[in-house]
Design a protein around this ligand. Structure first.
Ligand code: ASP
Ligand code: MG
Length: 418
């Protein structure tokens, strides 16, 4: 069986959904499980709605109406009025009406997951209904009954044994009857609350199903020809990799390459399942194959940019050295507040860390650190990572910029710049 993942860009409008159906039609001789993300930039919009609700902002209902209208426009491009999918979608959006009816009293991350998850619940309703309309036998599956997580909201940790049991119990029999369409990015807790797996987590969902079912392969259908050495939005003359090893793919995502979610590769590597990254506009193109013996050929350095970085340094309040004890306190605070370190560096008197800005988590982290340390930080920075012969590239990229931190290892150069 095959697992397909369609990201937001592939279903950003009615034409995207039609294209998805055309891709799927070429694979009807195989068993298919299709994982779908929220449409277009819906997740960003739902994040904005969550923030507006938590702040009780005036534009909360406007933001929500825009999200609904966007989806109703897509529906209107795909179905005749009166098709049952209009009600299914409306009923799904009602969950948000309920969630935002009263003033907020739950934690930010919990509320976030209950609201943001609606993006995938709606997109899969639309995709499934359209596949049926096109004569493809498919069934909508609520992923929250299959991908079981703990209650770390916004970053649900998958409970593998339970997840595997659920998937193996039901999915093979369902696949015998037709295509399965399900949500990426979502999970469910043992109390039946919705969790999300971290931004861009739909790839991870695809890899969870593939690993549990022993799929032949996973295909991530993207708006790029495959995995490129750099983001084509910022760089001209990118090159595509035909093959990558799991190891190189893990390294690239670890440093922030956003083309696949960092947690995706491990389950696939463990089960030796290849991951194909292919363009949804040209299904017969080869794309990039990530596999165990993938042949890495770097004709150009790999460049990874991460915006919106914070560089923070902590030092002792009384000029004391930063010792292992201090570091363990510092790391505990990072872990407790779910802040992931992108680069770090120690000196005698201070310890510097670079990480993605998440305002709520950052505030809590700062409060914790300030109890015991002197803290200084800079926001709005960029982390540039260049792998494989990157010396000249780094020079070009940092020209005219202030370098705040630099780290060089055998294959990788990282700099934090202003
Ligand atoms: N819709 C989610 C996001 O944009 C998950 C995904 O696309 O993979 O982060
Ligand atoms: Mg998305």
């Amino acid at each position: 069986m095959l697992v397909f993942k369609f990201g937001g860009a592939s279903v950003k409008d009615a034409a995207g959904v039609t294209n998805l159906a055309n891709v799927v039609k070429q694979y009807t001789d195989q068993q298919l499980l299709i994982v779908v993300s929220a449409m277009g930039k819906t997740t960003n919009a739902l994040e904005k709605l969550t923030k507006a609700y938590m702040d009780q902002a005036d534009d909360m209902h406007d933001i929500f109406n825009e999200i609904k209208e966007y989806h109703y426009n897509i529906l209107a491009g795909l179905f005749e009025p009166g098709h049952p999918v209009f009600d299914e979608v409306a009923n799904t959006f009602v969950e948000i009406d309920w969630a935002i009816e009263d003033e907020p009293h739950d934690s930010y991350d919990f509320v976030y997951d209950q609201i943001v998850s609606i993006g995938e619940l709606v997109s899969t309703r639309i995709v499934n209904a359209y596949l049926n309309k096109e004569g493809l036998k498919s069934k909508w599956l609520d992923v929250r009954g299959y991908v079981h997580t703990d209650n770390t909201y916004r970053e649900g940790i998958v409970e593998w044994d339970k997840t595997k049991t659920s998937i193996i119990n039901d999915i093979p029999a369902l696949l015998e009857k037709g295509i399965i369409v399900t949500q990426g990015f979502l999970g469910g807790t043992s109390e039946n609350f919705t969790t999300t797996l971290g931004r861009e987590g739909s790839d991870y969902t695809a890899s969870i199903f593939a690993a549990c079912l022993g799929a032949e392969s996973v295909t991530a259908w993207k708006d790029v020809p495959g995995i490129l050495n750099a983001d084509p939005r910022y760089f001209a003359d990118t090159v595509k990799f035909d093959e990558l090893s799991y190891t190189e793919a893990i390294e690239m995502t670890y440093y922030g390459a956003s083309v696949i979610h960092p947690k995706t590769i491990k389950p696939l590597q463990n089960a030796k399942i290849p991951l194909l990254v292919k363009p949804f506009t040209d299904p017969s193109a080869a794309g990039t194959v990530i596999k165990e013996d993938g042949h890495n050929q770097f004709t150009k350095p790999v460049i990874i940019l991460k915006q919106n970085q914070v560089l923070l340094s902590v030092s002792g309040k009384d000029y004391s050295f930063i010792t292992e004890d201090h570091l363990s306190d510092v790391f505990r605070l990072f872990a407790q507040n779910n802040v992931k370190v992108n680069v770090m560096q120690t000196s005698a008197l201070s310890f510097s860390v670079c990480f993605d800005l998440n305002e709520q988590r950052f505030e809590k982290l700062l409060n914790g650190l300030k109890q015991d340390f002197k803290v200084k930080y800079n926001e709005g920075l960029m982390l540039i990572t260049v792998r494989h012969d990157g010396v000249n590239t780094i020079k070009e990229l940092t020209e005219g910029k202030t370098i705040l931190l630099e780290q060089i290892s055998r294959n990788t150069i990282q700099v934090v710049v202003k």
